[in-house]
Design a protein around this ligand. Sequence first.
Ligand code: CDP
Length: 807
Amino acid sequence: MNDLTPTREQRTAALEGMGCKRKRVEDIRFTQGKGSYVDDLKLPGMLHGDFVRSPHAHARVKSINSEAALKVPGVLAVITAETLKTVNLAWMPTLAGDVQMVLADGKVLFQNQEVAFVVATDRYAADDGINKVVVEYEPLPVLIDPFKAMDKDAPVLREDLAGKTSGAHGPRKHHNHIFEWTVGDKDLTDAAFRKAEVTIKEMISYHRTHPSPLETCQCVCSFDKIKGELTIWGTFQAPHVIRTVVSLIAKLPEQKIHVISPDIGGGFGNKVGAYPGYICAAVASIVTGKPVKWVEDRIENLTATSFARDYHMTAEIAATKEGKVTGLRVHVLADHGAFDACADPSKWPAGFFNIVTGSYDFPTAHLVVDGIYSNKAPGGVAYRCSFRVTEAAYCIERAMDILAQKLGIDPAELRLKNFVKPEQFPYHSALGWEYDSGDYHTAMRKMMETVEYAGLRKEQAEKRAAFKRGETREIMGIGVSFFTEIVGAGPSKNCDILGIAMFDSCEIRMHPTGAGIARVGSKSQGQGHETTWAQIIATEIGIPADNIMVEEGNTDTAPYGLGTYGSRSTPVAGAAIAMAARKIKAKAQMIAAYKLEVHEDDLEWDIDGFRVKGLPEKTMSMKDICWAAYNSVPPGMEPGLEAVSYYDPPNMTYPFGAYICVMDIDVDTGVYKVRRFYALDDCGTRINPMIIEGQVHGGLTEAFAIAMGQEIRYDEGGNVVTGSFMDFFMPTAVETPHWETDFTVTPSPHHPIGAKGVGESPNVGGVPAFSNAVNDAFSFLGSTHIQMPHDYWRNWKAAKALGAVAA
Ligand code: CDP
């Protein structure tokens, strides 16, 4: 070896593989304004569509008159439910097994529901046309409060379901009931409660909120009448599923549908489902023979295109006097809005909410979820969380704090006492999951040491004494949260969407010069897949990440995948990438053996190529193998170096984390100051620590928004009162607290590279940390539970109700 021969460290560093803080390659175009989004697309002769929407939350549609609209210069067509009926598309199936109106058919069921679609030569003409469509409504009684949905005299919302005593998920108990889902052992759980020394019971609401990505939902549909082909560019988190759905409902052959998701400006679950805009733009294009663009505005996105949460969870814990939990009972009232359009795997009407036992060793548990209809927008998307997991984490983390308060035990100590122990993994939870791996005690203790937890509690005691003496008007809250996520849907035995198993895929093609392209079934919405997927391949096959181009989102070129949501990309697509790379490596080994004139078994892998065992100078680099793959493969072997993998994971992955929030609240104004927020995450093997940190920062900011103010709120008449960013809390850098991040590494035993997902974790763990901090502060004044969101006004009201505000 001479001085110029790179060292092993230099060879490893040159790959920029896993563990490297590689800079995001996609940012080169994003930071220069060179991203390519749906609204950047301008096709010759392109038309624009926009919706007439209902001002009422519940009303009969007596008539729709389009005459005046059609006279507006530029307006070409007004599509209504009657038009759609001629092509059998007035209603569409939802992912949850329900049906949903595409355009109002006889009645409207939520404010801003789509009533008619105006097609015009430009967006302004379409808007002018909307204002000229005359719709006659007959208002009906409105149902907003989920607790009144199953009252005897509650208004009948879904007249189309009249007489249907069962739905996609079993029997219906009431005309506004969708499903009842039960998990766990009722008898054993009831017995645990009968024997319990201590019990707690609390109704814990997770309010309705919205993912509100920077870029709203949009599409361009272009039907080629000659070829009979439909091309759809759209903001789709799952383009292949969209292609299949379009094929099924529009009865077009799947090979004649091309779905392309270009750059996407954030998804957070909002861009998983199929919306009326997609159907109407496609129909309009088929009818006019021209491309049709539909782009939502912000108010439409917030009020009509999906929502998240709206779960009302009554949690009960049974425990011993010493604080050992013995049973968990949870009932959920799940408000799904006007149609059940939740984006969950088919068999899971309440997603993976049965992860509600959290990180604790509950010997027994029982869960009942009742889904109901209301006059609110449909959706129920996985907003930065795996299906309904953030609701479950919030429920159990609040309940554990309430138990700690009742027992007078420190909340962190109570958690340590009840954690699943490292030796119990794989751990079978009382509600049916098999947790793959975890080391909760180490994570919790690391968090407690880093923030000097004991010191914080001492300071809090001193502040409380000072408050009592009238020396301060601030109360201090310490919010501990420890969450277990469940991500990576999923094993095909458990999870499907419309009957398609939830696997994912990767195809790698290595070119002769040692560069390659990887096409993946996932679809980044800003998570940095182009950067990290290349890092996995770099480590696996010893080709620098810079030499691997990653492509996602085009159904014509990418292998079939189920898309990106619920942090499934790394657990499922990430695994497919590693497996495809290993197939490349296996063929490469045969080629190297042939070229080096040894048996394959005499070769060993060494960073970026193979070397002959015992003869370290006899090597062949992966780059050279790529060249050989195109000119001198062993006799009988096909030339080329390509592989594809469809990966069906054997289990989900279970990331976890320990978070803490320290907050001061002024009781006279309700103003809070987040003094410190520390987040320790364990997502197994870390592919790119810098991207992980970015994911955690983003997720924590969303958690902060949700816990401290963000809400889709309705008045009694069903009007959305937080329908724009004037009222819907969207934090900027000014309000956002400083985040401290940390980690432990507990690899997933079944994932090829040991990685678990991370993108959702900070939202899942962050919300309970904030809420526990507020509740911990107010517990000192005698309160048990204050519902989110904890904005200044509500904090002030809570302080007043607890008698802490001067008259
Ligand atoms: O499905 P989604 O991409 O939203 O979530 P994810 O699998 O949690 O990945 C989010 C980003 O973090 C991706 O760019 C991953 O490659 C990266 N990540 C990582 O670097 N290491 C992990 N163990 C998990 C995710």
